[in-house]
Design a protein around this ligand. Structure first.
Ligand SMILES: Nc1ncnc2c1ncn2[C@@H]1O[C@H](COP(=O)(O)OP(=O)(O)OP(=O)(O)O)[C@@H](O)[C@H]1O
Length: 455
């Protein structure tokens, strides 16, 4: 019997109760705690009332038959291992039971030892599944603890897609501007996947010239080029059983794109200067701030490679398009920055600062926000940080906001329309925010926007 901390509780159901009793006694001799019942209903009541580790059921029974019981039991306890006992010749129902999730079927008459072996295996597998789930959950909690802020629908959608595709090996393409969090999401995907215990290797494809990048990625043989005094295995090999994150994939040179396509198709790499190919088991995740379709149209990116890479495309919008994330991001970043600079006078962000942050366009996205908060913490002179302490290059100069009056006097209706259009453009085309800021409802805004200016 496999090592278990408690005697596994097995429910055995057979309309011939003496048969169920006999099996229960036999199982008790093998260290199980087994109860025998005579109907599907009784078995289900037990499963619903107390912790049961496995169910052994006859198939043909009056009232609730074995298939119905199997279905109901697995609805009550989704991972419950179920073994079915079937009469000789009832192969079809036995197969049907497997289709519905039974672990195994035993054809009567069978030896007790056979049941013991299959029960042991079923219990071990269900324990392993449970442990894997707990591990995955704790990794997910880790990712949340690692601090991915996702209040906005866009970020929540991105996390949701990533969590769902994580268990597969499907390539994922993260699209979004610099500093928006693509690297962080790539790590999250890795942590959520079955490869979480394997390595996560990041490569910035824009950082190295083509020949260097090729040998970085695929490795090189000894003497492959001047300076290659030893053999090097490359980052794909380093990422074996893990994930490789190719950042700025849009910048990759065409010749290298062809080689990467070959890696994706054949799952082998060939080090520079070598004739030997090595099989690889690596999940490929890519990211770009470019519009890759446009790069394809411009002849700068291979279309066949794009199709291979964007099996699962995920958008990571700029921070200004998901301001719901900003307050929590700013608060988290403030905490971290304060921990790094314990002598800072800054304790919190002033209301003025938060409002200004919500207005600011953040061209460098979360990375820029992180740097701004760092400056606030370093430069702030009071417990309540002011926006000016962040010393942001794109901050609007005081007084430059809002309408300026000059030129001919215009009818108010026209001013309303011009101002509404300007405000809408300022707020990135977001009608509900614009209406909110103008203190009108969306319908009224639409009226202002549509109004023909009066002559
Ligand atoms: N949603 C988020 N929650 C918490 N931190 C975030 C979030 N998004 C980004 N960050 C932080 O912002 C910084 C920039 O993110 P990241 O490096 O992932 O951006 P990126 O899109 O990969 O940028 P680049 O394309 O320039 O490499 C990192 O320190 C990251 O931890």
């Amino acid at each position: 019997m496999p090592d278990r901390s408690h005697a596994p509780h097995i429910v055995i159901v057979d309309d011939k109760l003496e048969m169920a009793d006999m099996l229960a006694d036999g199982l008790a001799d093998h260290g199980f705690s087994a109860s025998a019942v005579a109907t599907g209903k009784q078995a289900l009541a037990r499963i619903e009332a107390e912790p049961v580790d496995a169910l052994v059921t006859d198939l043909r029974m009056p009232g609730m038959d074995g298939i119905e019981l199997l279905t109901a039991a697995r609805r009550a306890v989704p991972d419950l291992p179920v073994l079915v006992m079937t009469a000789y010749g009832a192969l079809e129902t036995a197969i049907e039971s497997i289709r519905r999730g039974a672990y195994h079927y035993l054809t009567k008459p069978f030896k007790l030892d056979e049941l013991v072996v299959y029960l042991g295996r079923a219990l071990d597998e269900s324990r392993i599944r449970r442990e894997a789930r707990t591990l995955r959950k704790s990794l997910r909690d880790e990712a949340t603890k690692a601090g991915i802020v996702a209040k906005s629908p866009a970020m929540r959608a991105a996390l949701d897609v990533l969590a769902r595709v994580a268990p597969s090996d499907a390539p994922v393409l993260l699209m979004g501007p610099t500093g928006a969090g693509k690297g962080l999401l790539a790590r999250y995907l890795h942590a959520e996947s079955g490869r979480a215990r394997g390595p996560f290797v990041t490569v910035n494809c824009a950082a190295l010239p083509e020949p260097l990048l090729e040998s970085e990625l695929f490795g090189h043989a000894k003497g492959a080029f001047t300076g290659a005094t030893t053999r090097r295995s490359g980052l794909f090999a380093e990422a074996e059983r893990g994930t490789i994150f190719l950042d700025e994939i849009g910048e990759m040179a065409p010749a290298l794109q062809a080689k990467l396509l070959d890696v994706l198709e054949r799952r082998v790499v060939r080090p520079v200067g070598s004739t030997k190919e090595t099989p690889i088991d690596v999940r490929i995740v890519t990211a770009t701030h470019r519009d890759l379709r446009r790069r394809v149209a411009e002849g700068l990116f291979r279309e066949d490679l794009l199709y291979r890479l964007d099996v699962v495309p995920v958008n990571v919008p700029p921070l200004r398009e998901r301001r719901e994330d900003l307050p929590e991001l700013a608060a988290d970043l403030l905490e971290k920055a304060r921990a790094r600079h314990p002598t800072s006078r800054v304790e919190r962000l002033s209301r003025e600062c938060m409002l200004a942050m919500l207005e600011y366009p953040w061209p460098g996205n979360v990375r820029e926000l992180a740097h701004a908060v760092e400056r606030l913490v370093l430069l702030g002179r009071s417990p309540e940080a002011l926006f000016a302490d962040a010393a942001l290059p794109h901050a609007p100069a005081e007084g430059a906001q809002g309408p300026q009056f000059a030129g001919p006097v215009l009818p108010l209706r026209e001013v309303q329309q011009r101002y509404a259009r300007w405000a809408l453009a300022e707020l990135g085309g977001n009608k509900s925010r614009t209406a909110d800021r103008l203190g009108i409802d969306v319908k009224t805004l639409a009226k202002y926007l549509a109004d023909e200016p009066s002559e």
